[in-house]
Design a binder for this molecule. Structure first.
Ligand SMILES: [Mn+2]
Length: 364
């Protein structure tokens, strides 16, 4: 019997993102990329290459989703469980700490952290205890120690233990400026992580990272692993590799702390490009040409975000409308126009509120 456990850990799949049920217009939907990456990420589990699957939360992009989206998200997890691979799900903040349509996941091998609790499974002769709790939205910093206690983890005999959650931990970093979470109410203190867990598996932070030390450089009681999101959900993730984690936990012969190895498996992520143009100068053709130039230079499968500043009149709004840009942009491209001056947008919305939505500024 091998004395190790192989775990597939994915999180922040945000299914339902840009996936309208009745699209008004036919264009490339980023939601399909998320579904494709979700299937790719789960493939090793369906192929029998892992012993356990953990979803670290934000399965869905929203707390209310159409049944067909819930089915497409949860049925694959049931299929994994049907192969004899137990599945554990942490509800995240995007599903408001509870999974919608949970009946699609109903299977004796699918375990949901609907409250703080500890599940125990036998894998390859080892007893694996998996503790966790759903996303805590009110002051996890204050509540963390109590939540852990509510899982009753120390009272469950086990060879290996994991903690699963969907939270920020002190030291986690995001965004182009490398913003690092420190002492806010929604950040778990590194020193509150107890000894006894082989690893902490967490969703919520969309950049893949592994924390092994606190902000002062002291080693953590257990590594905190973030697989990150399976595709880029926002401009803040521009340039970040996307994927999931394969873990191998091995218990040491002397019964001391076990060893944890991890491998990041990359998933295809569409190129995300951020550009800026300045409107104004009295001739809307200049803005039209500037946007056309950016579109022409972008790879055809890019997710393009164009920030517009300057003076925007009626003619400028027309050249930035979704219907106008759709007229020349490749259908495989996603274009978003961001108006950097909020007051300009408010005035425009007030003026245009009676016109059909397609004539208004749209994100697409
Ligand atoms: Mn998320």
């Amino acid at each position: 019997m091998p004395e190790y456990v192989r775990i597939l850990f994915l999180a922040d799949t945000h299914l339902g993102f840009d996936l309208p049920m009745r699209p008004r217009i036919d264009r490339r939907r980023r939601g399909r990329d998320f579904l494709a990456n979700y299937a790719t990420a789960l493939a090793p589990a369906l192929a029998g290459e892992v012993d356990v699957v953990v979803h670290g939360g934000d399965v869905f992009d929203r707390s209310h989703v159409a049944p067909v989206i819930a089915y497409r998200a949860l049925e694959p997890l049931r299929a994994v469980a049907d192969r004899g691979v137990p599945v554990f799900i942490v509800p995240g903040n995007h599903e408001r700490s509870r999974l919608p349509h949970p009946h699609f996941a109903a299977h004796p091998g699918v375990h949901l952290f609907d409250r703080p609790r500890t599940f125990t499974v036998e894998v390859g002769g080892l007893t694996l205890a998996i503790s966790g709790f759903p996303y805590e939205r009110r002051g996890v910093r204050q509540r963390f120690v109590a939540l852990l206690q509510e899982t009753e983890w120390p009272s469950r005999p086990a060879d290996l233990r994991l903690l699963c959650m969907h939270q920020c931990v002190e030291g986690a970093a995001v965004g182009p400026s490398n913003y690092t979470f420190t002492t806010a109410e929604d950040v778990v203190r590194a020193s509150d992580l107890p000894a006894g867990f082989a690893a902490v598996l967490s969703g919520h932070i969309h950049r893949h990272q592994v924390l092994t030390r606190d902000l002062r450089g002291a080693p953590l009681a257990a590594p905190v692993l973030y697989p990150g999101s399976i595709e880029r959900t926002a401009l803040a993730e521009l340039g970040e590799p996307k994927g999931f984690l394969l873990l191998r936990l091995e218990s040491r012969a002397d019964g001391s702390r076990c060893s944890v190895d991890w491998e990041f498996r990359a998933l295809p992520a569409r190129p995300m490009i951020r550009e800026r143009v300045v409107a104004g100068g009295g001739d809307p053709r200049l803005l039209d040409e500037a946007i056309r130039g950016i579109v022409a230079a972008a790879p055809p499968d890019a997710v393009l975000s164009i920030g517009v500043s300057g003076t925007i009149g009626a003619a400028e709004w027309r050249v930035m409308s979704a219907s106008h840009i759709r007229g020349y942009a490749p259908p495989t491209l996603n274009v978003e126009i961001r108006i950097l001056d909020r007051a300009m947008v408010r005035r425009h919305r007030a003026r245009e509120s009676a016109s059909p939505p397609d004539a208004q500024l749209s994100m697409w």
